[in-house]
Design a protein around this ligand. Structure first.
Ligand code: SAM
Ligand code: SF4
Ligand code: SF4
Length: 375
């Protein structure tokens, strides 16, 4: 009994070893993949553990007391992460997002933030450094993170209604503590604060308007509320298209009460479509990962907690960089060449294929879990 019924296929072991090409071409910040997409954004998962059990990400039935999270020895150290990130910066990465699992559960995370804050792009600019968190321990950490060099922060919150939120995080965590975390982040000067709400039909879609109103009234332009379409990440959340509330529907529900105007994108490869209240009292974002794929300019790579490079959120295998960092003691040039070899072959565009109904080909495909590679 027990184990045999767990529907999780463990893809953490499905990784190709990263290889160092025989000819080493130095990084010049201009690396592109096979579809001409540059590498600009690196998401680093610092832990695969989390104190929440959001059903769309780490359902309790799968991630229970029997589940084996990665042992401490598997995790990249802060030095290994920083060294790898520096090589990514040389390839053109300008933005680093720390994620997980719950990144604030990684001990002394502010030390890592301080190390990453020292990195520079080939043009000498500091990294755009940010972090995504469930905010459960943020009141205690916001100030230290900001002092270490964190510039801004994204906080996940799926409902204002306490009963709904407790049910969604599935560990009975109260809304009030997340709101206190948002206040603490604002007070520490981590701005702009983004709040991410994953919308699941029949679960929290009636919270769309209350969330919009609350952030508009209490935080105005200091918080950007972003609605995320519920995605078919991983294999454990029982995703179905019926659960997705398309962004255009979310927007329409808000516009019925508060007129909105479209804004220009801030940066190339930005995932959210930006809108503002016509009366100037705040901004909203819509992340339409399911209904309007944005693979065309996807410039994101993901580094897992144990040092595997993933080229897509929906990938079914990664490339293991850790042996290069550890046993093989590769030089920075060798590491850069290995990463270039991987990125330059990239063709991933899962969401576009899903949108074109090439999904049958993908339907049986096993994907890596989101808490493992980070959102
Ligand atoms: N634990 C942190 C948090 O929740 O903010 C960071 C990691 S979490 C995997 C990153 C983001 O992914 C969160 O905003 C979360 O809501 C989002 N996410 C997780 N599963 C998702 C799904 N199936 N569809 C859409 N977004 C999802
Ligand atoms: Fe944890 Fe974030 Fe996943 Fe929720 S979405 S289970 S908080 S990693
Ligand atoms: Fe990027 Fe993959 Fe998402 Fe497309 S599906 S936007 S390639 S992460």
């Amino acid at each position: 009994m027990g184990d045999a019924t767990i529907p999780l296929i463990d893809l953490r072991h499905a990784a190709l070893k990263a290889v160092v090409p025989s000819v080493l071409t130095p990084a010049n910040g201009l690396l592109t993949d096979r579809l001409g997409r540059p590498l600009r954004d690196l998401r680093i998962s610092v832990t695969d553990r989390c104190n929440f059990r959001c059903s769309y990400c780490m359902p309790k039935e799968v991630f229970d007391s029997q589940y084996k999270f990665l042992p401490q020895s598997s995790l990249l150290s802060f030095e290994e992460i920083t060294r790898t990130a520096a090589v990514f910066a040389a390839h053109g990465v300008q933005k680093i997002r720390l994620t997980g699992g719950e990144p604030l559960l990684r001990k002394h995370l502010e030390v890592l933030v301080g190390m990453l804050a020292q990195l520079r792009t080939p043009q000498g600019q500091a990294m755009d450094l940010t972090l995504t968190t469930n905010a459960s321990v943020l009141t205690r950490k916001a100030k230290a993170l900001q002092e270490a060099g964190l510039q801004r922060i994204t906080i996940s919150l799926d409902a204002l209604d306490d009963a709904i939120f407790r049910r969604m995080n599935d560990v009975d965590f109260p809304v009030a503590d997340v709101l206190a975390g948002i206040e603490a982040a604002a007070k520490a000067g981590l701005a702009p604060i983004k709040v991410n709400m994953v919308v699941k039909r029949g679960v929290n879609d009636h919270e769309i308007l209350p969330m919009a109103r609350f952030f508009r009234e209490h935080f105005g332009t200091a918080v950007v509320l972003r609605f995320i379409e519920y995605m078919d990440v991983g294999n454990t959340n029982g995703w179905a298209m019926d659960h997705v509330v398309p962004s255009h529907e979310v927007r329409r529900r808000i516009e019925e009460h508060h007129p909105l105007v479209a804004l220009e994108a801030n940066a190339e490869g930005e995932t959210a479509q930006r809108w503002a209240y016509a009366d100037g009292r705040g901004e909203l974002g819509f992340i339409s990962s399911v209904t309007q794929a944005f693979c065309g300019d996807c410039n994101r790579a993901r580094l897992s907690t144990e040092g595997r490079l993933y080229l897509c959120l929906f990938a079914n295998q990664g490339y293991d960089l850790r042996p290069l960092l550890r046993e093989e003691q590769a030089s920075d040039e060798q590491l850069a060449a290995a990463i270039a070899g991987i990125w330059s072959q990239r063709t991933d565009r899962y969401s576009e294929l899903r949108g074109q109904n090439a999904a049958p080909a993908l339907a049986g495909a096993r994907k890596v879990e989101m808490h493992y590679i980070g959102g």
